[in-house]
Design a binder for this molecule. Structure first.
Ligand SMILES: Nc1nc2c(ncn2[C@@H]2O[C@H](COP(=O)(O)OP(=O)(O)OP(=O)(O)O)[C@@H](O)[C@H]2O)c(=O)[nH]1
Ligand code: SF4
Ligand SMILES: [Mg+2]
Length: 410
């Protein structure tokens, strides 16, 4: 596709932030190797955010947003600060640029906070490395952050910067795909969707629809079947499917019917990753084994769907937990957009697949629960755990497996 035909909304937005005169515009020039941003040695040259569409290799079509330096004071300054925060909302990735010889970092730390609040990725860029003779490391100032040392005017480390931008964006994109990052064009994906009493009349539920859509967007092929026909489908196929995705409730049967050399996972695990934080939800599974008789467990659902007689949250999950642990627990329930605040004595939170919640809402819940030190799992993770198929269902997600193994070894 020609870059001119890529609409701005589909381009990667890279926002450049930082104090005045640190070299933001110069970094853009270096990234694009062309002079499109006005550079000068007077602080405050770029007064309004400048949007430029361009193609940056290997990133593809981008919009670079050159912001005004925002360490201004006074009313005009406040307005500018405000504008900059709005720009953060528009960016897919932010570069927080500072001068390598700088000693005060309060401003950059404030910017980091704004990015974190919005769950936006960012990189720290220490510019003007040509003006320092010491080998500076910012490990003490920015623990856990990625800091890249560059020189915009000398073109030092700019290729690496592009590379890291690309990698960070890729990780971010993967977080938001349902399954697209796991499959290739032409792959066959089998979706197993039981049609039982709980299934809505005349349609498929949202996670199934969205997964089919994501498979199609990857130019892959989706075959939708019920659990009883799966074996037959597999026999009729001449090529091995890339992946089988099943409703968690049919996991045992589907796992038995799917040959071990075919990757199998569940809709809820895919959505745990898509909507929340798979690593955190997987780590929470460890708590299942340390639950004590009578412990309080909160089952939380994202919407108030009509409950069936063998409802998953109120009937099946309590039953499975009792069977697995041999203990009885005190369950409480919440549903809809409200989430109980007074949960300090809860030993485990079990959340639904959150198909009706957006990622921000689910992340907010996970973070709040995590801050209280309470483990959280979701339906899919719990079901696969108590049914002994946890390991298999997590095979496509090595990062989550590592997080879990770390947790049990701690
Ligand atoms: N030595 C050196 N000078 C640099 C480097 N990057 C930028 N400069 C200089 O720093 C000054 C400011 O650069 P700009 O790119 O205009 O900085 P800016 O952050 O866009 O500034 P505002 O738009 O005013 O906020 C210019 O004189 C640049 O030539 C670098 O890596 N090394
Ligand atoms: S939001 Fe939760 S409870 Fe509601 S339909 Fe989706 S998974 Fe079920
Ligand atoms: Mg500038």
């Amino acid at each position: 596709m020609s870059m001119n035909k890529t609409p701005r909304s589909n381009r990667i937005h890279i926002g450049i932030f930082g104090r005045r005169n640190v070299g933001k515009s110069s970094i853009i020039n270096a990234l694009t190797s062309q002079t499109i941003s006005l550079v000068s040695d007077h602080a405050g040259t770029t007064t309004d955010p400048v949007f430029k569409s361009m193609e940056i290799l290997p990133l593809g079509p981008c919009v670079i947003i050159d912001t005004a330096g925002i360490d201004d004071t006074g009313t005009l300054g406040e307005l500018r600060v405000d504008k900059t925060y709005q720009i953060i909302n528009k960016t897919d990735i932010g570069l927080i640029v500072f001068d390598i010889n700088q000693t005060d970092f309060s401003f950059e730390k404030d910017l980091i906070k704004e990015f974190k609040k919005r769950q936006k990725p960012y990189l720290l860029v220490a510019n003007k490395t040509d003006l320092t003779t010491t080998d500076k490391s910012f490990n003490d100032t920015f623990r856990k952050e990625t800091v890249l040392n560059v020189s915009a005017t000398e073109n030092n480390n700019i290729t690496r910067l592009k590379d890291v931008i690309g990698k960070t964006l890729k990780i971010e994109e993967e977080k938001f795909r349902i399954v697209g990052d796991l499959i290739n064009p032409g792959d066959i994906i089998i979706l197993v969707t039981p049609i039982d009493k709980a299934a809505p009349k005349g349609r498929l539920i949202l996670p199934q629809q969205q997964t089919i859509r994501d498979v199609l967007e990857s130019d892959a092929i989706s075959i939708v079947t019920k659990e009883h026909e799966l074996r037959d489908v597999l026999n009729k196929l001449r090529v091995k499917p890339k992946l089988v995705i099943t409703d968690s409730q049919a996991f045992l049967k589907v796992s038995a019917d799917t040959p071990k050399d075919i990757t199998l996972t569940s809709f809820s695990i895919l959505f745990a990753r898509h909507k929340g934080d798979l690593e955190e939800l997987v780590k929470g599974a460890k708590a299942i084994d340390s639950l004590k008789q009578g412990d309080k467990i909160l089952v939380s659902e994202g919407c108030t769907h009509h409950r069936q007689s063998d409802d998953i949250g109120t009937v099946k999950i309590p039953r499975w937990l009792r069977q697995y642990t041999g203990k009885d627990f005190e369950f409480s329930y919440s549903s809809g957009y409200t989430f109980p605040r007074d949960i300090n004595d809860v030993k485990l939170v079990i959340h639904c697949g959150a198909c009706m919640l957006n990622k921000a809402e689910m992340m907010h819940r996970i973070n709040e629960i995590k801050e209280k030190g309470i483990p959280i799992v979701n339906y899919g993770v719990l079901i696969s755990y108590v049914q002994g198929i946890f390991d298999r269902a997590l095979d496509p997600f090595p990062l989550a497996k590592i997080a879990y193994e770390k947790e049990i070894n701690d």
